[in-house]
Structures are given as structure tokens and as C-alpha cells.
Design a binder for this molecule. Sequence first.
Ligand code: SPV
Ligand code: MG
Length: 669
Amino acid sequence: MKALILNSGLGHRMGVLTSEHPKCMTEITNKDTILSRQLRLIAEAGISEVVMTTGYYNEILVNYCRSLGLPLHFTFVNNPLYDKTNYIYSIYCAREYLYGDDIVLMHGDLVFEEQVFERVIKSGESCMTVSSTLSLPEKDFKAVIHGGRIEKVGIEFFTDAMAAQPLYKINADDFKVWLDEIVAFCESDNRKCYAENAFNKVSDKCKIFPLDFADSLCAEIDTPEDLAVVSEKVRELESRTVYMCFSTDMLHSGHIAIIKKAAKLGKLTIGVLSDEAIASYKRFPLMPYEERRSLFENINGVAGVVEQKELSYAANIRKLRPTFVVHGDDWREGFQKPIRDEVVEVLAEYGGKLVEYPYSNDEKYKELEKASRAQMSTPDFRRSRLSKLIAMKGCVSALEAHSGITGLIAENTKVLRDGKTYQFDAMWISSLCDSTAKGKPDIELVDMTSRFRTIDDIMEVTTKPIIFDGDTGGLTEHFVYTVRSLERMGVSMVIIEDKTGLKKNSLFGTEVAQTQDSIENFCAKIAAGKAAQKTREFMICARIESLILEAGMTDALTRAFAYVKAGADAIMIHSRKKDPAEIFEFVEKFRTEDKTTPIVVVPTSFNSVTEDEFKERGVNVVIYANQLTRSGFPAMQKVATTILENRRAKEADDMCMSIKEIITLIPEE
Ligand code: SPV
Ligand code: MG
């Protein structure tokens, strides 16, 4: 494609502004003239060939173009009769350079927005810029449109017409038709009219379609008044700012394309979502914030990068007050919708605009996301995630899972509240629930091979880190093998409790005979486990049963410090009281001496305490240990009873999830 710029005229109406150079060299901002702006946009659009007709101040114009240092090849064609002819004759003079190419044609006094220009050159059909919103000008061009095509262009048409500007993209075949007619005009001495007069004769064969620029900038500068208006508009365009936020850790061509588009709207600032915000709504980021930030800092067109701490854009929008916020249109529906609604509200506070581009559902991008999920479910990646999440969030939550389907519930359940998304960080493989699912008592009866089978079922369909309830850990000689097996599988943490002999569930408390292990023995078990482990991130958590077995706070604390000293990576303190007081007391006393070792709690009984309060008090892991089992089994019992009572399933139907819904829980490969 070649650009053809018509610059043979002087522009008498500009007065002193054209006393030393042609009109196109008039400054419109402190960094651009009309011409330098046109040429810059042409070069940025990847067009390298420029044919320019000249006349007045020919030499000044040629030197000026060359001085701009743009990657453009110029062919200057001087119209020797510039003061006696119109630009139809300039085009005639340049004809030998114009056949055979698509041409983007513009008058030298035209100023337009980059977006308008981009649409023009990307148009598949030959087109001319028109405006559906501007009123018809008295003296300037209007285009008569019939059957969707431009039939005539001139200043004299007011019926079926739209305001039009001399910015065209004409395909080679169409341009040949027009150019042949221009040649015919000029060779029959018809040189003082507009080139459009020739077009009007052949518009049935030279098919030009209107391209509506509506209110965008596309205007000729004829007078100092025009100059003032257009300069102001250009300044406004150039002061525009754009904000986008990214959570991605895999930059692909789709992201780059949208960034490039956004950068064309104004000075672009990218918000990079914090690790915590990403983990809360999507998945654990493969790359930490700092690395993601530097990815964006190094993209052409990105003027600045800031952190966006939450899913909500509100804080950053209020701070940056961007002219535009850019996003894919996928957030109009689904869980991101409230975030979008808030963006619209905040932008309305100062007149900012939301620009949405069609979301690319390209299969290759889906494949990339699938690949990163697959990576996250690999043992090495999954194992290390729990400690990273604790470090990132301070306090994480885990939900019990005892099968593939309960694992999927723990994996996929999300809640959006107050602009924040909540999901569970990890899964707890409870001995109680694993045993219950198998119809067995929670007395270390279900052997490790079977427990590992449960882990495997869950791991196969999920990506979140796993905390394994290791009961007492068994014999130290056996525990070391368990540790290695668990780390090999990708489990993040095993919790072993300081009991010995026949273990019963802690929630029986002292109602059944249970024996606490000696500090010495249990420390030896912890130390052996730590010595056996092969990876750095695998965590062994020591669970203290002193409060359950009513051995007192001092015993609990003594054991906690001893277990940490023996190598425990975390401490779990358990209680079966409804009142959380003894848990709070333990946490407070432990934290006065140990600020860093993670504390784990299982608030089955003391369930009135929120995660936020636990976090505030210094707890790091909150495990919801049995709620899926306790809710699932009664529901099943009730359905079974209802079917028996009615001798049919109809009455139970309302208690059941539809087959369609249950199917959607299972992701398709
Ligand atoms: C389990 O879930 O199996 C536990 C926690 O060990 S508790 O049932 O509270 O003992
Ligand atoms: Mg248990």
C-alpha cells in the first residue's frame, strides 16, 4: 500500500501561518505539524512508500520531510502548474507512481485520529471517511450515499449526503478506474476541478464505501479557527491515559495484541494483580508478582506498571483517573460482572470510559491455560504451594475432601463478596472422613495403601495443595516411609498427632481411652520424619492433643516448643470445646515465644470464629475437617428413606441435584 498526500496547494485562508511554508507544515502541537503527524501515523501503520505532490515551497517541503527521519521512502512530484490548477492535476502528474497499488489518499491539511486511520487502512473495501454525527458542512465535501455506496462527492450535494473528509483507502483496481478518469479529465484540459469530479463520473465502477468516523477526529484545517479547534482536540487526544489490569503469568500473542490496541488509545498503565488476588480468584500464579511485573515493564507501548492489590479496580482507577479502562468483553457475564459494574460506576465519577474488545476464545490460549493447570498438579509444583500460600496470605483455609468429587468441590467452589473472590486454598484428607467414606471407624484401621488411593483419586482431578491427616504416624520405622511416599505424590503437609496405642477420634476426647505419646518419643518420630524427607518444601506438622485429653495448657505449650525444636514445620493445636478461649490462649502464649512457626487449627467445635479473626490472632491454617462428609451423608440418608417411604424416587427429586448440574462439576478433558 502507498500513501498519496496532496500538498501542492498553499492554503491562502491560513493568513500569515502559510507565509513561509506550505499549510501542511503548520504546527498543531509543540511536537507535531499537520504533516509530521500524518507521516508518523503512516510509518507506524507499517506503510513505507509515500508519494507526495508538491507546489508552493516545494524545496522547503521536501527538506522538511527528509529531516523528520522517519522510515519512509518519498517520491515527490511537483505540480508545475500548482497556482493555476487543482489537485486533480497534481494526481495526474504523479500517475506513473500510482498504478498497481492500493492507495491511501489524503489531503495534506487533514488531521485524524490514529484509530480512524487504522480503520481506513484495514478496510477490505475501498472507502472514504464520512461522519454520521456531524451536520452537513456548507462549503466542504459531502458524500452522496446510495445502496450503501458512495455515488458522488462534492460540496454541492445536500440530499442523501453525509459530511465527508478526503481520507480514502482505494484498492488498486478501483483506483485504476478513478485514475484513468483523472487522466481523461486532465488531458481534456479539465484541471481546475476536484479529483472527485472524475470519481463522480465512474462511481458505478470505482466502488467506494463510506467509513463512519462519527465524532472521532478527522478534520481539515483551512483557517486559524480550524487550527485552534483541531489543536485542542489533538492535545486532548495526546493527554489520554489508559488502564488495564492483568492477572496472567503466561503472556501470549492475544495479550500483546490487546496491549497494542490499548496503547493506541493513550498512555498505557498496566495494573499487575497481586499474587494474593490471583490466588483468590483464579489459581496460584506460576510466576510471582515481581516477575510478572517485569514482563509487562518490558513491553513496547507500556508506559508504566503498578500493582493492583485486589480484584476491584476502584482504588487504582481513583488514583490514576485514566481516560479509558480496557478489558475483554468476557467480564460482562459471570463472576467478574460485579467487578465490571464497579469499574463502570467509578469511571462515571469523572467521565472515564470503558473500552471492551471481543474476548479471544482461541483454542490455543485455552490449551496454554490447561498446560499451566497441568503443571500445577505435578507433584513438585503442588507440594511447594502450601508453604508459598501461607507466606503469601498469612492464613490459608483447607476443606475436607475424601474422593474425586469432594476434591472438585474443594477445588472449584468460589464465592464473590464485596468485590473479593473467596475459594479454599488447600484440601484436607481427614482420617475421620476417609474412614467414614469406607464405612470404617476412625481408628487407623484404613491402611496407608487405601489412604494413598484416596489421595490419588483427588490428585488426579485437582491442583490445590493437600494436607494429609497422618493420624499418629504409626511406628517411627513406618512413618519415615509414609513421609517419602507422601512427598513423592506431591502432598504438601502431613499432620501427625501425639497419641499412641489405639487411636480414637479426638472429638471423643476423654470419653474413650486414649494415650498421649511421651514428648521424647514423639520428638524422635518428628526428627526421623524430617531426616527421611527428600524435598525442601514438604512439611511435617505436629498435632498436640493436650487440650483434648485435658492435660492442660502448660503441657500443650511445653510440647509445642519441644516439637518445633525436634524439627516440626508447623503446630496444630486441637480442642473440642465450643468456646475458643483455650485455643486463643494457646495461640497467644505460643506466639509470644515463637513468631513464625505456622499454627494450624481445626475449628469443628469452636466454629464461631472467622478466618479473619484467626489470622489476626496469629493462626496460619484453618481446616474445615469434616463438613462435606457431615452434610453429604445425612442428605443421602434422607433421600434413601424418602424413596423407601414412597416406593418411588419422585418425592426425592427436589432433594437431588440435576444430572446436568452434577455433570458440570466434572471438567471435561
Ligand atoms: C480428622 O478429620 O480426621 C481429624 C480432625 O483428625 S478431628 O476429627 O477433629 O480429630
Ligand atoms: Mg483424623
